[in-house]
Design a protein around this ligand. Structure first.
Ligand code: NAD
Length: 468
């Protein structure tokens, strides 16, 4: 297949002033060479977005919604292409990529169904008070490499629906899906409404400090989130930051071990563990600790790792070299601080493969438990009871998600109500969607994405207070 390779600036698909090699993580061969923008091209994209914004906002919610739905239709016609490109550039198994591609369509259509109506606080003989929602201006959407399609699309759709224009900037190791979104946007939206710029990890701060950018919607690491807050401070930009996590699963002794182990395995090793909302550490009551460790390890040993394009592959490669090196460091930590009962090694061959790894007899204080490993290496910690697990779970500076597993729903709900995270699941993990608000607590984020809560973050309140 031929991969999208051009930037979208002011309604034109253009070559970059630089170029970027995209590497297939399953082979470490160059998959495609695509456009990479210069600072001048980033500036041109911002100016195009700025010029297009007033007329775009003036179209109104109805027309913008119509165009977003036309975009969804054009996007849906290319779903298989998106899934294949995603597997090739990101590494995830094709069935996971197909899932992400379909869910992205659901997200776009769901947003297209939303509005933020004018709120009337007072309307009587004395006067009226009405709260309007106005667009902010130009938004930059900066995304990571683990969900290279869903994340940029779920930023673009609400941003432009609310009347903003946007510049999308994908992670340099996975630009193709975003470039493809640009190809579609070119034929649907007026010039400048959607722009796509790629970089070599060097244009982020240009955007986040630029005076003509009103808002940054960012998904990525907490470390980069801090840099963005700092660089956007001078112009007091609006920020939505969806950052890292270290989700804990607390498993109480009354669960069905086999069923829970299967679900925990799936929520930990999905996308080779490279999901912000994956289970990253497991706390298990001592009565079932051995059985649960054995069951998760047995499941991990059965996993088929390989090229995501191969039928039957369940776990693909780590997306990029830097992350692969981090994973290898965590494998060493696992050997040092715990007992490895599944995996523990990297794969043969040229790709960035790590065998799904399960580590027991490990404690808080180990980097593998305390940090976000973002790879298929799962620590399982023995605890006396749920209360102890909750204390340990809440000790983290992160607060993205977490889960409690028990047949005793009252007990599970009590623990869940005291978990310091933006999302808490009971007897499941990783269920998300555009109809569910998504927000990180503590250092996992600022602001909310998805639902009307997320849409509102792309707007400015404007109160019209009138006296008769
Ligand atoms: P990253 O922070 O290194 O990069 C994310 C994006 O930020 C990339 O596009 C990158 O080019 C850009 N960037 C780098 N430096 C920048 C700067 N100074 N200013 C502005 N932008 C800059 O993250 P990553 O390694 O691509 O992704 C993995 C991380 O993302 C993990 O920590 C993971 O938990 C997190 N993540 C969070 C969520 C969520 O919704 N909370 C979802 C997916 C991933």
């Amino acid at each position: 297949m031929t991969y999208a390779s051009k930037l979208l600036i002011n309604g034109e698909l253009v070559d970059g002033d630089r170029s970027l090699d995209v590497v297939d993580p399953a082979t470490n061969g160059v998959l495609a060479t695509v456009a990479c923008a210069s600072e001048g091209q980033a500036e041109a994209a911002i100016q195009a977005a700025k010029a297009a914004q007033p007329a775009w906002e003036a179209l109104g919610w109805g027309k913008r919604k119509e165009l977003l739905l036309a975009f969804a239709d054009a996007y849906a016609a290319r779903l298989p292409e998106f899934a294949e490109a995603m597997t090739r550039e990101q590494g995830k198994p094709l069935h996971e990529a197909q899932g992400e591609a379909s869910y992205t369509e659901f997200f776009i259509r769901h947003f297209a169904g939303m509005t933020l109506p004018v709120e009337t606080i007072q309307d009587d003989e004395k006067g009226s008070i009405r709260v309007h929602r106005k667009a902010l201006g130009v938004v930059v959407g900066i995304s990571p490499w683990n969900f290279p399609l869903l994340v940029p699309a779920a930023k673009m759709a609400p941003a432009i629906l609310a009347g903003n224009t946007i510049v999308l900037k994908p992670a340099p190791t996975t630009p193709i899906c975003t470039l493809m979104l640009g190809e579609i946007a070119k034929d649907i939206f007026p010039a400048g409404v959607v722009n796509v710029i790629t970089d070599q990890n060097d244009l982020g701060s240009f955007f986040t400090s630029h005076p003509d950018i009103a808002k940054v919607t960012f998904t990525g690491s907490t470390a980069t989130g801090r840099k963005i807050m700092s660089s956007s401070a001078a112009t007091l930009k609006r920020l939505t930051l969806e950052l890292g996590g270290n989700d804990a699963a607390i498993i109480l002794k009354d669960v069905d071990v086999a069923e829970t182990a299967e679900k925990v395995y799936n929520a930990a090793f999905y996308n080779a563990g490279q999901a912000c909302l994956a289970i990253k550490r497991v706390y298990v009551e001592e009565q079932i600790y051995d059985d649960l460790c054995d069951a998760v390890a047995a499941r991990a040993r059965q996993a088929v790792i390989g090229n995501g394009m191969d039928e039957g592959t369940q776990v693909g490669p780590i997306q990029n070299k830097m992350q692969f090196e981090k994973a290898q460091h965590f494998l060493e930590v696992a050997q040092r601080d715990g007992k490895v009962i599944a995996g523990g090694t990297i794969g043969n061959g040229p790709g960035n493969f790590v065998h799904p790894t399960v580590v027991r007899d490990i404690e808080d204080g180990s980097e593998l438990v305390d940090q976000e490993q973002f790879s298929p290496i799962l620590p399982i910690v023995r605890i006396k009871d749920g209360e102890e697990a909750l204390t340990r779970a809440n000790r983290s500076p992160y607060g993205l998600g977490g889960s409690v597993w028990s047949k005793d729903l009252d007990r599970a709900r009590d623990l869940a109500s005291r978990m310091q995270s933006g999302t808490v699941w009971i007897n499941q993990h990783l269920n998300f969607g555009p109809h569910i608000p998504f927000a990180g607590a503590k250092q996992s984020g600022i602001g909310v994405e998805w639902t009307e809560h997320g849409l509102a973050e792309f707007t400015q309140l404007s109160v019209v207070n009138e006296v008769y």
